[in-house]
Design a protein around this ligand. Structure first.
Ligand SMILES: [Zn+2]
Length: 239
């Protein structure tokens, strides 16, 4: 009896020191749960899985020719997906990105059977933002996928150029300049001939992914696929 009371007391104390609560609903997590409680995990609003998602086909029609295009979550104006993405980006929860990346990859693997990519390239954050935030939210998601899919995350090829003199100069002397792509590639040999999954956190107009696609397609022999963890569903029909 004493022993049991002691264990209960110790557990309560541990909980005080390390409170483990669902990031969304704040309910206490059970022993085997992590980050989200089972209730919240099960009610994540997922899109229907397609290896060539029709919404991505619509967004990118005539703009780029990707191999696979995948999505994971539907994002309403408010609600769980909006809130979780906010946690990843602004409330210092990179572990949530990794957790969601794992869930996404498990879904993908179940539906696709095998992995049609050699590596994941997350969309780089603007260097200033990355310094401020300390991490890139797309990389946290890619890291989670990488664990499940067994393919590496490659971050030192696609880079986001720091806005500086060149852009000021450029906007003054003409915006149609080819160099207006904020993304560029370096160490190209690392991605030569690879099947690449380009990953963004949210896709809206698709502009960011198109820029990444144009920069990466210059690398010899690459096959590009695109992905976004969430797609806003207001003003848009998403299956
Ligand atoms: Zn919860």
């Amino acid at each position: 009896m004493m022993k049991q009371k002691l264990i209960v007391g110790l557990k309560a104390l541990l909980h005080l020191i390390y409170p483990q609560q669902c990031l969304y609903c704040q309910w206490d997590l059970l022993h085997q749960e992590e980050i989200l409680c089972t209730h919240c995990r099960l009610r994540l609003p997922k899109v229907t899985f397609f290896p060539h998602h029709p919404s991505l086909k619509n967004i990118f029609f005539g703009r780029c020719e990707w191999q696979f295009g995948i999505l994971f979550l539907r994002m309403e104006k408010s609600g769980i997906v909006k809130s979780l993405l906010h946690d990843i980006k602004y409330r210092n929860h990179p572990e949530l990105g990794t957790y969601l990346g794992k869930l996404w990859a498990m879904d993908c693997l179940r539906k696709m059977g095998s992995v049609p990519w050699d590596c994941i390239v997350p969309v780089p954050l603007h260097p200033k933002k990355q310094r401020k935030r300390g991490y890139n939210q797309c990389t946290t998601i890619a890291n989670g996928m990488s664990v499940i899919l067994g393919i590496p995350v490659i971050e030192n090829v696609l880079i986001r150029q720091e806005a500086g003199m060149s852009q000021t100069f450029q906007s003054r002397w003409g915006r149609n300049n080819k160099t207006s792509n904020p993304f560029a590639v370096q160490n190209e040999q690392l991605l030569c001939g690879k099947r690449i999954l380009v990953l963004d956190d949210v896709v809206t107009t698709g502009a960011t992914l198109v820029y990444c696609y144009s920069a990466l397609k210059e690398i010899q022999g690459v096959q590009l696929s695109i992905s976004a963890m969430a797609i806003p569903v207001h003003n848009r029909i998403v299956v």
